[in-house]
Design a protein around this ligand. Structure first.
Ligand SMILES: CC(C)(COP(=O)(O)OP(=O)(O)OC[C@H]1O[C@@H](n2cnc3c(N)ncnc32)[C@H](O)[C@@H]1OP(=O)(O)O)[C@@H](O)C(=O)NCCC(=O)NCCS
Length: 384
């Protein structure tokens, strides 16, 4: 006799994959990539390229391997004139995340038959990681009304992105912060909504660029990656920091969901938010508008934690990340695209793992709640 498994809304607690890439420990408040805690791999010497190598290889890379991955990403980041033009057009007509989703799909080949090439999943993943950084730069430039100014020889992935987005060569501090942000958001277990999406789309044997564009769509929502810009907009709407506490109290009383707060898995403060606060202390200039926004975010943390902490709700990565993005000169609408460029590593590494695991198609069940069939068909003329 078969038993119907119980329904878990949002698939809470349901494992969807076996993965050796990253581990989220919700009660301990720990996130690690290949066993290394994020606090250890977001220091001043760490680069995004180094973490690409770590996630794919499973081991911390030596200098030669870092140089190899750096050169590989640089060699793969080129876009065709048509891809640049499409991305720019899209960015002038829609939110940068939708432009990015459309532009990512144009990275796909003319054929649609990836299975015979699945052993190239890492190669294609690396190409997509490289091109996504470039695309975010293209979209940010068009969105801000600036002409295309592409990658320069010798620029690292983070440096290329930050320079293309802001239009200025980044300072060493801003570059370090950008690298740390790119590393912190690169993977978060197979169970987060966009990575789960990447697994589901992989399971239909789709091309890697179809996996990528689908995952970008999943990330765009304010319940997931879009929370970083939603939280900054909330802080901006609050005016002076002094009045913020009363406004947040009222919002919570009205059952408003504070962006950047709460998490399905973490029931302590998100470890990424602690690293981001360390960066905030380094990079936010006292007396600046961003400093005011950061003060508001701290008020949100105080008020919301006092009210919701006993229910296991605490700040997540997005409560403070927007302030740090803003402090290094990134426009609010570009926060989530940067998150996408970073998370492309996780999506592509999960795609490879999914293929290597046998790639059985995702086809879960439902609990049907509609009318019991068969119903008597009524010809159109006889319907009231
Ligand atoms: C992250 C999130 C989607 C997790 O969702 P979830 O695990 O399904 O949890 P729920 O939405 O069911 O929330 C459980 C309870 O906590 C409350 N809650 C959750 N997040 C809250 C928030 N940010 N502010 C206020 N209350 C919140 C819910 O209202 C709900 O209360 P109820 O039981 O009285 O109805 C959710 O916390 C959220 O929407 N947070 C804001 C968006 C965000 O920051 N997303 C980025 C995540 S990294």
């Amino acid at each position: 006799m078969t038993t119907t498994p119980s329904f878990s809304p949002g698939l809470e607690g349901v494992p969807i994959a076996e993965s050796a890439l990253s581990l989220v420990e919700g009660q301990a408040g720990r996130l690690s990539y290949r066993g290394y805690s994020i606090e250890e791999i977001t220091g001043p010497e760490n680069t995004f390229e180094e973490i690409v190598a770590l996630v794919y290889d499973g081991e911390l890379p030596n200098a030669a391997r870092i140089a190899e991955v750096t050169a590989d990403l640089e060699s793969k980041r080129g876009l065709t004139p048509a891809q640049i033009e499409i991305a720019r057009l899209a960015a002038q007509n829609t939110h940068p995340m939708f432009a990015l989703q459309a532009a990512a799909a144009t990275l796909g080949p003319k054929k649609n038959d990836f299975e015979p090439e699945m052993e190239t999943a890492q190669e294609r993943g690396m190409a997509n990681i490289a091109k996504m950084g470039h695309l975010v730069g293209v979209i940010a430039q068009a969105y801000q009304g600036r002409p295309y100014d592409g990658p320069k020889a010798g620029e690292s992935h983070s440096e290329m992105m930050l320079r293309m987005i802001t239009g200025e060569k980044p300072s060493p501090l801003h570059l370090r912060v950008m690298n740390a942000l790119m590393i912190l958001q690169a993977d978060h277990s197979a169970g987060n909504a966009s990575t789960f999406t990447s697994r589901v789309v992989t399971s239909t044997k789709s091309e890697p660029e179809a996996v990528l564009s689908s995952a970008i769509g999943a990330l765009s929502g304010p319940a997931h990656g879009g929370a970083n810009e939603a939280s900054l907009r909330l802080f901006e709407s609050m005016g002076a920091p002094e009045g913020a506490k009363a406004k947040i109290e009222k919002m919570l009383a009205d059952r408003y969901k504070i962006p950047g707060f709460g998490h399905r898995v973490y029931h302590v403060k998100d470890p990424r938010s602690k690293v981001i606060q360390t960066l905030a202390a380094e990079v936010i200039e006292p007396g600046s508008r961003v400093s005011d926004l950061y003060s508001i975010s701290l008020s949100v943390e105080d008020v919301a934690t006092a009210r919701l902490g006993d229910r296991g709700l605490f700040p997540n990565v997005d409560l403070f990340s927007g302030c740090v993005f803003a402090a290094i000169g990134i426009p609010t609408d570009i926060f989530t695209p940067i998150f996408a460029a970073s998370r492309t590593l996780g999506w592509m590494a999960n795609m490879k793992e999914q293929w290597e695991s046998g790639n059985r198609i995702f086809r879960p069940a439902q609990i049907y709640t509609g009318p019991k069939p068969p119903r008597d068909y009524v010809p159109r003329a006889a319907r009231g």
